[in-house]
Design a protein around this ligand. Structure first.
Ligand code: SF4
Ligand code: SF4
Length: 374
C-alpha cells in the first residue's frame, strides 16, 4: 500500500529544503560509475544510478575515526569521548544497502552498544529507492532475499510512472521503468517522473508531509505498484542453487572441502572484498600519541579478515595463517555465523566483493560448487 505520490522534481525540491538542515549524501556520477558522496544541492544527485561502487557504510561507520582523546593531567589520564551527531540524510539507498545497514544496526546495538555508530545512526534519515530490476550482472540479492526492504528506512520511493531525461550523468533514456528484463542490467535506468512513497518511520512521514508537495495515491497508482512488483519479481533470477536459509547447513557439511584450498590458491589476501562489503564491521583499535607522549587519541579503523595478520595474536601465533582458512572464515561469516547470531543475512548479495576481486573469486561459484560436492 502506498502512503503518498510525489513527482521527481518535487522530491528534488524537498531534498534541497532538507539540505538546509542536514548534510545530504547520495549517488553521484563519476564518469561511468556512481559513488555515495556529500552534495550541496539535490541537482547533483543522480537517482538514475544503477549501483554505487561502495555502499553508504562509511557515513555511519567511517574507515578511520577517533573514539576519544586523552591527556595526562597531574599524573592522571583524563579522557573525552568523541561522538558525532551531525544530522545527515542518506538519499537513494537501494534495498540491499538498507538491509546491510539493518545488520550494522543490530551488530552495533547488541551486547555492547556502540555510541559512536548509534549516534550517527540516530541522526541519519534514510530515504530508500527501490530497484525495479537487477542493477547489474552477477548480483544475488534475490537469493539472499535482500532485494526488498520492509524496514530500516524512513521513506521508501518506488519508481513509478514514465521516465524522463534527468540526472547529472545525463543517462536518461525513455521507456518504461517497469520493463525489467528487457533493459540491459549494466545500463543505469532513467529516473522516473514520479515515485510511490511508503513511510517507514514517523520521522519520514513528518518530513514528507510537512511540505505539502506530495499527493494522495489513486487506485491507478496502487495498480501501478502491483504491476511494478510483478515485473520486479520476474526480473530477478536466482543465481545460487541452495536457498539462503539452507546455506548454514551446506557450510556445516563443507568445512573440510578441498575447495577452500583450491580457490584460495588464487587469493592475493588483499582485503578488497572486505573493503567493498557493506556488511563488514570488523575494526582494529590503536592509540596515536602526540610528541609529548602525554596526550593522544584512541582510534579505530576498518580491519579485514582476509588480511594475513588479521588473526595474529601474541606469541606470535596466527590462528588463520593460511589463505584457505581466511577464505573459509569469510564465507562462513557471510552465510552462516552472522545469520545465526543476528537473525539477519550476513551477506546482502550485492556482489561488490566479487567485482572488487582481481582474482575473480566468486561467492556464488563457491556456494554452487559446494552444493555440487554435497
Ligand atoms: S578480493 Fe579476492 S584476492 Fe583479495 S582477499 Fe578478497 S578473495 Fe582474496
Ligand atoms: S559478502 Fe560480497 S555480496 Fe555479500 S554483502 Fe559483502 S560485498 Fe556484498
Amino acid at each position: 500500500m502506498l502512503d503518498r505520490m510525489i513527482t521527481h522534481s518535487a522530491f528534488l525540491e524537498l531534498v534541497d529544503e532538507l539540505a538546509g538542515k542536514r548534510r545530504i549524501i547520495g549517488p553521484v556520477a563519476r564518469g561511468e560509475r556512481f559513488f555515495y558522496e556529500e552534495v550541496e544541492r539535490a541537482g547533483a544527485l543522480d537517482l538514475a544510478f544503477n549501483y554505487c561502487v561502495y555502499g553508504p557504510r562509511a557515513f555511519l561507520f567511517p574507515p578511520t575515526e577517533t573514539l576519544f582523546t586523552f591527556q595526562q593531567i597531574e599524573g592522571r589520564f583524563a579522557a573525552e569521548a568523541v561522538v558525532e551527531d551531525r544530522p545527515t540524510a542518506l538519499v537513494g539507498v537501494h534495498p540491499c544497502d538498507i538491509n546491510a545497514i539493518r545488520l550494522l544496526d543490530r551488530v552495533f546495538e547488541k551486547d555492547h552498544p556502540d555510541e559512536h555508530y548509534l549516534s550517527r545512526r540516530r541522526n541519519t534519515l534514510i530515504i530508500g529507492l527501490d530497484c525495479p530490476r537487477p542493477c547489474t550482472d552477477g548480483i544475488f540479492c534475490s537469493d539472499m532475499k535482500t532485494n526488498e526492504a520492509t524496514e530500516g528506512f524512513d521513506v521508501m520511493l518506488f519508481p513509478l510512472g514514465a521516465v524522463q531525461e534527468v540526472g547529472a550523468s545525463g543517462k536518461g533514456g525513455g521507456g518504461d521503468p517497469q520493463a525489467g528484463p528487457s533493459v540491459r542490467a549494466d545500463e543505469p535506468p532513467a529516473a522516473p517522473s514520479q515515485y510511490g512513497v511508503v513511510f517507514g518511520t514517523p520521522t519520514g512521514r513528518e518530513w514528507l508531509l510537512y511540505s505539502h508537495k506530495s499527493t494522495v495515491p489513486t487506485a491507478a497508482d496502487e495498480r501501478a505498484l502491483e504491476q511494478y512488483h510483478r515485473s520486479k519479481a520476474a526480473a530477478f533470477r536466482r543465481a545460487i542453487k541452495t536457498p539462503s536459509e539452507d546455506l548454514p547447513a551446506l557450510l556445516d557439511r563443507s568445512y573440510d572441502s578441498l575447495l577452500w584450498e583450491a580457490t584460495a590458491r588464487r587469493c592475493y589476501s588483499c582485503g578488497s572484498c572486505n573493503l567493498s562489503c557493506p556488511t563488514c564491521y570488523c575494526f582494529n583499535i590503536y592509540d596515536e600519541l602526540d610528541m609529548t607522549l602525554a596526550a593522544g587519541e584512541r582510534k579505530r579503523e576498518w580491519d579485514g579478515c582476509q588480511l594475513p595478520k588479521f588473526a595474529e595474536v601474541a606469541g606470535p601465533h596466527n590462528f588463520r595463517a593460511k589463505a584457505a582458512s581466511r577464505l573459509r572464515h569469510r564465507i562462513y561469516r557471510k552465510a552462516k555465523w552472522v545469520r545465526e547470531q543476528t537473525d539477519l543475512p550476513g551477506c546482502v548479495g550485492c556482489a561488490r566483493c566479487d567485482r572488487a576481486c582481481t582474482a575473480k573469486i566468486s561467492s556464488v561459484e563457491i556456494y554452487n560448487q559446494l552444493a555440487e560436492e554435497a
